[in-house]
Design a protein around this ligand. Sequence first.
Ligand code: NZQ
Ligand code: ZN
Length: 390
Amino acid sequence: MKNLMIYNPVKIHFGAGEIENAGRLAKTLGKKAVIVTGKNSTKKTGLLDRTIKLLEKEGVKSVVYAGITPNPKNTEVEEASALAVKEGCDFVIGLGGGSAMDAAKGVAVVAGSGGKLWDYIGLPGKKPKDIGKSLPIMLIPTLSATGSEGNPAAVFSNPVLNQKAAIYNPDKIFPAISIVDPDLTLSVPPKQTAEGIIDVIMHVLEEYLTGETDCDMQDRFTEGIILTCMEEGRRVMKNPGDKHARAQIALSSTVALQGLPNSGRAGAWVVHPLEHAVTAYFDNIAHGAGIAAILPSYLKYLGEVKPDKVHQLADRLFDAPKDVKGELKIAFCIENFRKFITDIGLSDNFKDLNIGMENMEKFADKVIEVGGLPWKLDRPRLVQIFKGAF
Ligand code: NZQ
Ligand code: ZN
């Protein structure tokens, strides 16, 4: 295990009904908020109006930018930032799924420091511009998935460049406060709920699979999060109104990327950059849907280069029978993941997502263009994993 440093300054208010504290908590961050949200869901559920009223009750003014689309675009962030500057907003509230929350982080940067969002994105051979000032951020997730509410990362799409890339900056884009009220996720439809669950699982699985192998406590923590997501995920698919399941999934989502489960591993992220290459071209595919399609093929590759960790998963998640060994154990683990993915209503391959084989080479090139080669992979292996997902 590597030495580690954990820094997480987010004040997280978790639990059913916590949304009622939105005004009181917002008041500690500023006088006028720009509320950054999606086009439909927060209007439909009444949450947007409710939040505005909760702010008003505490004397906090607000303006709304309700134009964020899934896989948020640089132009949307820039429009919301211009609104924030014009209206004299002194802090940002991200209200919605990961897309709205990440967009809020982008607004904090662009409204605070000026320029274009892509100036702050680092790419191979392109140093990002330093973020000078960023506005304080409050996040209110309505979907359990990204963990954006507890981390200093934000992912953006640039449709002109066909790039999906991230800002990661613990000094500038950690939210100051996040309100995680699991009841706000009750309205999430089954498909998005499932996509969120597989995303949470992948957030702890990435470094578990590629990082240091002697992180026993972190391994147990990770397996606990995955088992919780699988058990409560199956439950919530049967009964979307199950508040206990919704709360357990929401807490798993927030904790997954908060620091501890991945600490000391120094592992690499592989499925995420591969998936970001997919959504760079296919904006209609949700992040979680892309992950679900790639994961089985990636596990097959890992079974060849790092079988022990896949064997451990087979034992600890799926209780592999004693006589199932070697390659059979890898296959057993992959089959169980496929079963979970399809049980919760997702596709375990590209074909079912209508992504054709002709895209695999260009996906590989996009991975390399945006982030370089992840982990021990070379281009032929990237193509192998993409093709295996077909
Ligand atoms: O857009 P609206 O109208 O709000 O509807 C959304 C959207 O259609 C809907 N939704 C959200 N909450 C709802 C709801 N519908 C009904 N009831 C509710 N309570 O769900 C749809 C998907 O929303 P989105 O925010 O796009 O989903 P998600 O939370 O999965 O976020 C995905 C984005 O986050 C990035 C992804 O790449 C993607 O761009 N990620 C961010 C990370 C981070 N900041 O740490 C890490 C992740 O790995 C990920 O890359
Ligand atoms: Zn993710």
